[in-house]
Design a protein around this ligand. Structure first.
Ligand code: IPM
Ligand code: MG
Length: 392
């Protein structure tokens, strides 16, 4: 049985999505246009490595005939939305005359059940040997009481760290037809188009020392270290400026420099990086409490936001609510040029509806579009997929 035959049939909304792919996709014409590079001229496996710089963001795989993609379906609704997404990708690839070679690997609770490790080495190796990685979602009630090292989230953090995925791009774009889905007034949210660039492998998430200890007074205390090296700030700033340059040339850097030393360094380095290399991008600094408030009060003031791991975790959830639903938000995690990016929806594994064929796969499909754009050098296929989702 082929990969395609093994997948469940797509449900009706996905079929209509495929029908909505732009007509240019149904013919080879788009690909014969001079602005669309031919496969032979863009087989850019450089002699020194398999990636080349694209979009000012990172090194990506050059356009080619076949891409190896590792699928991490994870837990809960993960397997269903992954199946739906793979079906859509196979159609897009066939229309654009390239192929995918998919392999499945385990992460999260599924990996704990099978291998007692939330991100086993076999999964890491599968990811490392791929051009790109698609991840659905992880977690569930079953593993909620596990000790930290045996929790699904630990697998996710291990994956991010070991693959060097330091830059997390979370776009929050309000589609006109979904304006009413937001809890905020239509005039506040309509037209919102924000990109949150979240640092993903540093900060208090990974800082040491950390732990729970008993102090000399006999009382227990818990502690984590909010820490950033200058180089870590500089590289995420570079990504954020690159993204802002391709968007509205406006960057808002979020910190808590009025209180935290780590934020003071963050602010200095982000400013320096802009003055030196990106004078065309208008930089603004904002304290995180104010940013949380401004995102609700007047979200249209933001174009690109850059922040550390913890503030980015919080603000990206907040930004998602402008759109009305976490179920619509994709994300891209990028980093080490020698390895793949990981593309995943921002939502969780919704164990309460898992297996009922109710889950909305749009965020996963939009994540696949980000994969086509940022990792696989197939921007036209990405646009086609996004346009189809917007019209669904
Ligand atoms: C996210 C999630 C994760 C995070 C959790 C599941 C560890 O909330 O991707 O935003 O905090 O980064
Ligand atoms: Mg989060």
């Amino acid at each position: 049985m082929t990969n395609a035959e093994a997948r469940r049939p797509l449900h009706s909304s996905l079929l209509s999505l495929l029908l909505l792919l732009p007509s240019s996709f149904l013919t080879a014409r788009a690909f014969l246009h001079p602005s669309f590079p031919s496969l032979s001229s863009t087989r850019m496996q450089t002699p020194t490595g398999r990636r080349h710089r694209t979009e000012g963001v990172r090194m990506a795989v050059g356009a080619k005939g076949e891409y190896a993609v590792t699928l991490l379906p994870g837990d809960g609704i993960g397997p269903e939305i992954m199946t739906a997404t793979v079906g859509v990708l196979e159609v897009v690839a066939a229309k654009a005359s390239f192929k995918f070679k998919f392999q499945d690997a385990l992460i999260g609770g599924a990996a704990l059940d099978a291998m007692d490790d939330p991100f086993p080495d076999t999964s890491l190796q599968a990811c490392q040997s791929s051009d790109s990685v698609l991840l659905a979602c992880i977690g569930g009630y079953k593993w909620d009481k596990n000790p930290r090292e045996k929790r699904p989230e630990t697998g996710l953090l291990k994956m991010r760290k070991t693959l060097g995925l330091f830059a997390n791009l979370r776009p929050a774009k309000v589609l006109p037809q979904l304006v009413s889905a937001s809890t905020l007034k239509p005039e506040v949210v309509s037209g919102v188009d924000i990109m949150v660039v979240r640092e993903l492998t540093g900060d208090v998430y990974f800082g040491t020392p950390k732990g729970i200890r008993t102090g000399s007074d006999g009382e227990r205390e818990g502690f984590n270290n909010m820490i950033y090296k200058e180089s870590e700030i500089r590289r995420i700033a570079q990504v954020a400026y690159g993204v802002a340059e391709k968007r509205g040339k406006k960057l808002c850097s979020v910190d808590k420099a009025n209180v935290l030393d780590v934020s003071q360094l963050w602010r200095e380095v982000v400013t320096e990086e802009g003055l030196r290399h990106h004078p065309d991008v208008a930089l603004e600094h904002m304290y995180v409490d104010n940013a949380a408030m401004q995102l609700i009060r007047n979200p249209k003031q933001f174009d690109t936001i850059v922040c550390g791991n913890l503030f980015g975790d919080i603000l990206s959830d907040e930004a998602s609510m402008l759109v009305g639903s976490l179920g619509m938000l994709p994300s891209a995690s990028l980093g080490d040029p020698r390895g793949p990016g990981v593309f995943e929806p921002c939502h969780g594994s919704a164990p309460d509806i898992a297996g009922e064929d109710k889950a909305n796969p749009l965020a996963m499909i939009l994540s696949a579009a980000m994969m086509l754009r940022y990792d696989l050098s197939q921007p036209q296929a990405a646009e086609a997929l996004e346009a189809a989702v917007e019209r669904t």
